[in-house]
Ligand binder design. Structure first.
Ligand SMILES: Cc1cc2nc3c(=O)[nH]c(=O)nc-3n(C[C@H](O)[C@H](O)[C@H](O)COP(=O)(O)O)c2cc1C
Length: 165
């Protein structure tokens, strides 16, 4: 798949069909994730894959976007390892790059994905649910699955509004 096509046409997918996601495909996504750049190459990302129905239900309870997590066969919870941090701002940027790698790799495999940030309002509750210790801080949940229907059309502002003069 052409990279420019992928970048421009990848939409957030919020509705999924029931087809499960192969565990080998999740490994491919995690490989894409860890090849993201990070300051000092410190690779501060950690992952927890959630695909059991009961855990998914409980995870979904921590966000107003519960329908996305419930409907997706799998979610990847992305954590920052606070013990690996050398500069919090830069480490969080690296986590963003890692998440975008997952989203683009998923798109290239015909998987839909949605980056969920609202759930960070309950980051400690999510961490406890997943038995993850406090040195790891939740950064995002990425819901994944094969898309059902066509994602909503979205636009971007005009290019000139981004260019500083
Ligand atoms: C940091 C961040 C947090 C987001 N949180 C949510 C969320 O909680 N729920 C949701 O439905 N979409 C969430 N999104 C997806 C955005 O709504 C989406 O990327 C934006 O509307 C543009 O649409 P597109 O991804 O289809 O281009 C988030 C995206 C980012 C980058």
């Amino acid at each position: 798949m052409d990279l420019e096509e992928a970048i421009i046409n990848k939409r957030s997918v919020r509705c999924f069909n029931k087809k499960p996601v192969n565990i080998d495909d999740i490994q491919v996504l995690l490989m894409a994730a860890v090849w993201a750049p990070s300051g000092l190459n410190n690779q501060p990302w950690r992952f927890k894959v959630v695909n059991e129905e009961i855990r998914k239900e409980r995870l979904a309870g921590f966000t107003k976007y519960s329908y996305i997590i419930k409907g997706a066969p799998v979610s990847i919870c992305v954590f920052l390892d606070k013990t690996a941090v050398y500069d919090r701002e830069k480490d969080i940027m690296a986590i963003g790059a890692c998440i975008q790698n997952i989203l683009l790799a998923a798109h290239a495999m015909n998987l839909g994905s949605c980056w969920l940030g609202e759930i960070l309002n309950k980051k400690d509750e999510v961490r406890e649910l997943l038995n993850v210790s406090p040195e790891f801080e939740l950064m995002a949940v990425i819901s994944l699955g094969y898309p059902k229907g066509i994602p909503c059309k979205v636009s971007r502002k005009k290019m000139e509004s981004f260019i500083l003069r």
